[in-house]
Design a protein around this ligand. Structure first.
Ligand SMILES: Cc1cc2nc3c(=O)[nH]c(=O)nc-3n(C[C@H](O)[C@H](O)[C@H](O)COP(=O)(O)OP(=O)(O)OC[C@H]3O[C@@H](n4cnc5c(N)ncnc54)[C@H](O)[C@@H]3O)c2cc1C
Length: 414
């Protein structure tokens, strides 16, 4: 029986751990917080996951919140009119073919850790650094580092050829609320882009106190949406969230008239540079460790892809470990496993990074064209489930125009 260690009990590591356990591997998860510490702690993400990513969890039988978690049924996009900022210059929405869901990681991760032990896995609560990795990698056939944005992942070397930014591009904030007015017709991720200021998106979720909505703020550093760093209390963070909406996005401010923070830990503020790292860490002893999830590809949340990437990375790594059979998990195998994931992830990274810069002509054509052509809006919405379909159009104006033409000619069905 092969022995595998996963460091980090999060969205990337846990599905691999469950999948290997199911196939009879001896699996241990080393993670630095107990289930109760996670439940009682701060929110970590907005974690909106689209259908393909949720399928990874369904296949493993760890999709425990399907019935409880409110569905996200579409994607909306709005751009305020620079002349009349209280009205929208661009406004469209498209339905998802299959719904997305965002279950608070404070609900999901503790249950997964407990379930993993019930199924026969081993959970070790330990803050892992170099010395611990040396010990673990001596005991196991393969050690996977899935520690998200934890300090320890900085041991993996940044790959400058795949990381165009070396500083955070947005000041990020999350505000979990009850009482937000729903959108008409169907629920959605409502994206709002304010050139030069930043972005705001909001969508339904499930948190510890029941169904809620998650507000995500992406402020251009130093601008008026970079307003959360010094908030002194949960209430002040909440008030700054709502006052921003009232001032810059009045239609969203209206929806937020009667809302309140879900709980005293339902908010977050911070920033990090989007980074791609080299996947193999060589320890002082010469032992090697394979990085996965945010540890190797961490994106700005602007396109809401991190948890989706983590789940998809988990599927690629799981398949690759199983295919390897009894052969050694050597450096070449590690690099090729990561490259299989990167074939997918590089498109997500390109798309996400481009959203942090002023829009290209092709991006503008697609984002404004979707208002005129409902089939294009439908296509753009469903691209969140599999962003590579945006290419080549997202990278090339002629291709974008071809796509717009093609979608304009498609019949609109109900
Ligand atoms: C503001 C914000 C909004 C987001 N919104 C979305 C969204 O809408 N949709 C989406 O798909 N993604 C979103 N994401 C991203 C998403 O949450 C992450 O990409 C995803 O959780 C990454 O999974 P992971 O397993 O790699 O890391 P994590 O889920 O962070 O898991 C890492 C695990 O490692 C553990 N750990 C860390 N250090 C150590 C250590 N030294 N030793 C042992 N254990 C350790 C941690 O406790 C944790 O359990 C958002 C992120 C942020 C910050």
């Amino acid at each position: 029986m092969r022995k595998i260690a996963i460091i980090g009990g999060g969205q990337a590591g846990m599905p691999v751990a469950f999948g290997l356990l199911e196939k009879g591997y001896e699996v241990a998860v080393y993670t630095n917080r107990t289930p109760d510490q996670i439940r009682e702690g701060r929110v970590m993400s907005s974690q909106c996951m689209f259908a393909n990513a949720l399928d990874v969890e369904r296949r493993l039988g760890i999709n425990f919140w399907e019935d409880e978690c409110p569905p996200v049924e579409g994607i909306g996009f709005a751009l305020p009119d620079p002349e009349k900022p209280d009205t929208k210059a661009v406004d469209w929405s498209g339905r998802l073919d299959r719904v997305a869901q965002a279950t608070d990681q404070r609900i999901k991760m503790p249950v997964w850790l407990e379930e993993f032990e019930k199924r026969g896995g081993r959970v070790v609560i330990e803050d892992v650094g170099i010395a611990e990795m040396e010990r673990i990698s001596n005991e196991y056939d393969l050690t996977v580092l899935a520690a998200g944005k934890g300090e320890v992942v900085r041991l993996l070397e940044r790959d400058p050829s795949r990381s165009p930014f070396d500083k955070p591009q947005r000041a990020l904030a999350l505000t979990y609320v009850h009482g937000l007015e729903p959108t008409p017709e169907y629920s959605r991720v409502s994206f709002n882009f304010i050139p030069g200021v930043g972005e705001y998106f909001v969508f339904p979720s499930l948190t510890l106190s029941g169904p809620c909505d998650i507000m995500v703020f992406e402020g251009v550093p130093g601008g008026p949406l970079d307003r959360f760093r010094d908030a002194q209390s949960p209430q002040e963070h909440f008030e700054r969230s709502v006052s921003f909406l009232q001032e810059f996005l009045p239609w969203e401010g209206d929806r937020a008239r009667n809302c309140e923070l879900t709980d005293d830990q339902g908010y977050l503020a911070g920033s990090f540079p989007p980074t791609v790292r080299k996947p193999v860490l060589t320890l002082p002893s010469g032992n090697i460790v394979l990085g996965m999830g945010d540890a190797v590809v961490v994106n700005d949340p602007i396109t809401g892809q991190g948890s989706n990437n983590a789940a998809k990375c988990a599927q690629v790594y799981l398949d690759s470990i199983l295919e390897r059979g009894e052969q050694p998990f050597d450096r070449q195998w590690m690099e090729s496993t990561f490259e299989k994931y990167w074939e997918y992830a590089n498109r997500v990274v390109t798309w996400t990074n481009s959203m942090l810069l002023p829009p290209t002509p092709q991006a503008l054509a697609l984002l404004t064209g979707a208002e005129k052509h409902p089939r294009l809006a439908h296509f753009m919405a469903n691209a969140f489930d599999h962003p590579p379909v945006l290419f080549p159009a997202w990278a090339d104006l002629t291709e974008a125009e071809k796509l717009i033409q093609a979608k304009a000619q498609e019949p609109v069905t109900a």
